[in-house]
Design a protein around this ligand. Structure first.
Ligand code: ATP
Ligand code: MG
Ligand code: MG
Ligand code: MG
Length: 428
C-alpha cells in the first residue's frame, strides 16, 4: 500500500473525550471514528488489525475442532421468551419492532439462536460432541460506553457453543476451549490470566474470565503470585493446574474466604478479553434441545458458551503495547509488517530504490506500507512511530550512494544499516 493513496486520517492531538491511552492512540492513528456513543466505524488501519485478531481467533477455534457458522444480528423476541431471558436481560438489550409490530432484538449473545439450530437438526448422541461458533457483531446498550472500542455498544465478539451428552463430555469441551483461549491470546503476544468468574446473565455454574493485566482495566483482579512463574508458552498447559491457582475478579473475590496467604496475593486491574461458561441444561431443557442417549432415552444436551471480545482486544493490545510515541504492534496483529520510508521522493535514485524494494516486498507477499508522500522526514518518522508497524525501513540519498538502507525495530528502537539484498533476505 502507498501512503499517498491510502486513507489514514491521523490526528495531531487526541480529542479531549479520550480518557485512556488506547482510545487516544486509536483516534490519533486514524483507526476508528465514532458515529454515536459506543458505536464506531473502523477505518482501514483499525480494520486491518481487527481482521488480524479475528483470524487468530478463528484459526485457534478451528484447530480446537470448533466449526464456524454465521448467525444473524437481529433475533425474534419470542425465541428469548422460551429461555426466559427476554424479560430478564433488562435495559442492556436493544429492543426493536419491525413493520408488522413484531418484537425483535439486536443480539447481545446467541445461546437461544444456536440452541434452536441444534434442536432442529441433532437427534443422537453419536453426533456429539459438537462445537459451533461465529464471529459476529453484538449490541449491548451499555449504561456507560467508554474507552473507545473497549466498552462499545456495538462490538465484535467470537462466541462458541459446545454440545455434549453428559457432564464429562461438557467438561472436556470446556477444557478444550480453556486451552485454545490461552493459545489464541499468546499468539497475540498477550498473557491472559484465567480467573474464577460470576456467570451473569449467561447463567450456569462453572465460569472463567480471561483477564489481561493493565492499569486501565475496568475489573479489580486478585491472583496468586504463582501465576508470575507460569510459562504460558509451554506446549502442554494443564487447565486443571491453572484452575488450582487462585485468581478471581471483582465480586467473585472474597477476602474472607480467599485461600492465598496475604504475602502471595497480588491485586491489580484487568481487562476482560474472554469469558467461558459451562451451564449444563440451562437452555437445552426449556428449549427442548434433546438427544437420544446410548440407552435409548432422551436427555437434554449439556452446553457451554465461550466468548472472546475481538474488537475489545484491539484496544487491549494497545494498552499492553505502546510508548510515548505511539503504538507498538506485535508482528502477529500488525496492520502492515514493514513501514518503508522514502525520505526524498524528489530524489530520483532514492525513489528508484524505494520503489524497487516496495515492488519486491509486494511480490514476496510481505505487507508493506510505503510512505511516498511529499512530507518532511520528521513527519514521516512520527507517523510511522504513531501507527506502530514492527519494522521501519528508511531509504535516503546518503544510504543509496553506498547501497545501504536503514532498518529500525519499533519495539527496541535498534537501528541497523543493511544492503537492499540483505533486507529482502531478512523478510523472505
Ligand atoms: P464486561 O464485564 O466487560 O461488561 P461481560 O462480562 O458483560 O463484559 P461477556 O458476556 O462475558 O461480557 O462477553 C464475552 C466477551 O465480550 C467479554 O469477555 C468481553 O471481552 C467482550 N465484551 C463484552 N461487552 C463488551 C463491550 N461492551 N464492548 C466490547 N467488548 C465487550
Ligand atoms: Mg457487561
Ligand atoms: Mg464481565
Ligand atoms: Mg463476562
Amino acid at each position: 500500500m502507498r501512503l499517498s493513496r491510502y486513507f489514514l486520517p491521523v490526528l495531531k492531538e487526541a480529542p479531549a473525550e479520550a480518557e485512556i491511552v488506547s482510545h487516544k492512540l486509536m483516534l490519533r492513528a486514524g483507526m476508528i471514528q465514532q458515529l454515536s456513543a459506543g458505536i464506531y466505524s473502523w477505518l482501514p488501519l483499525g480494520f486491518a488489525v481487527l481482521k488480524k485478531v479475528e483470524q487468530i481467533v478463528r484459526e485457534e477455534m478451528n484447530a480446537a475442532g470448533a466449526i464456524e457458522i454465521l448467525m444473524p444480528t437481529i433475533q425474534p423476541a419470542d425465541l428469548w421468551r422460551e429461555s426466559g431471558r427476554y424479560e430478564a436481560y433488562g435495559k442492556e438489550m436493544l429492543r426493536i419492532k419491525d413493520r408488522h409490530e413484531r418484537e425483535m432484538l439486536y443480539g447481545p449473545t446467541n445461546e437461544e439462536n444456536v440452541t434452536d439450530i441444534f434442536r432442529r437438526h441433532v437427534r443422537s448422541y453419536r453426533q456429539l460432541p459438537l462445537n459451533l461458533y461465529h464471529i459476529q457483531w453484538k449490541f449491548r446498550d451499555e449504561i456507560r460506553p467508554r474507552f473507545g472500542v473497549m466498552r462499545g455498544r456495538e462490538f465484535l465478539m467470537k462466541d462458541a457453543y459446545s454440545f455434549d451428552l453428559d457432564y464429562e463430555g461438557a467438561k472436556r469441551s470446556y477444557d478444550n476451549m480453556f486451552v485454545a483461549y490461552l493459545r489464541a491470546f499468546k499468539r497475540m503476544g498477550l498473557t491472559a490470566i484465567p480467573m474464577q468468574a460470576e456467570t451473569g446473565p449467561i447463567g450456569g455454574n462453572m465460569s472463567h474470565e480471561f483477564q489481561i493485566l493493565a492499569q486501565t482495566g475496568e475489573s479489580a483482579v486478585y491472583y496468586d503470585a504463582a501465576f508470575e512463574q507460569i510459562d504460558f508458552n509451554a506446549p502442554d498447559l494443564d487447565p486443571e493446574m491453572l484452575r488450582s491457582l487462585y485468581a478471581a475478579a471483582d465480586e467473585k473475590h472474597d477476602p474472607a474466604s480467599c485461600p492465598v496467604p496475604p504475602e502471595r496475593l497480588r491485586s491489580g486491574r484487568g481487562i476482560e478479553v474472554g469469558h467461558i461458561f459451562y451451564f449444563g441444561t440451562k437452555y437445552s431443557k426449556p428449549m427442548g434441545a434433546v438427544v437420544m442417549g446410548p440407552d435409548g432415552t432422551e436427555v437434554p444436551v449439556e452446553m457451554g458458551s465461550y466468548g472472546i471480545g475481538v474488537s475489545r482486544l484491539v484496544g487491549a493490545l494497545i494498552e499492553a503495547f505502546h510508548d510515548e510515541k505511539g503504538i507498538i504492534w506485535p508482528e502477529s496483529v500488525a496492520p502492515f509488517r514493514i513501514g518503508l520510508v522514502n525520505l526524498r521522493p524528489d530524489d530520483a535514485a532514492t525513489t528508484a530504490m524505494a520503489e524497487e524494494l516496495y515492488m519486491r516486498f509486494t511480490a514476496m507477499g510481505v505487507d508493506v506500507l510505503l510512505d511516498d508522500r511529499d512530507e518532511r522526514a520528521g513527519v514521516k518518522f512520527a507517523t510511522m512511530d504513531l501507527i506502530g508497524l514492527p519494522w521501519q525501513v528508511t531509504v535516503g540519498p546518503r544510504g543509496v550512494k553506498e547501497d545501504k538502507v536503514e532498518i529500525k525495530s519499533r519495539r527496541t528502537g535498534e537501528r541497523e544499516e543493511v544492503t537492499p539484498v540483505e533486507l529482502l533476505e531478512r523478510f523472505a
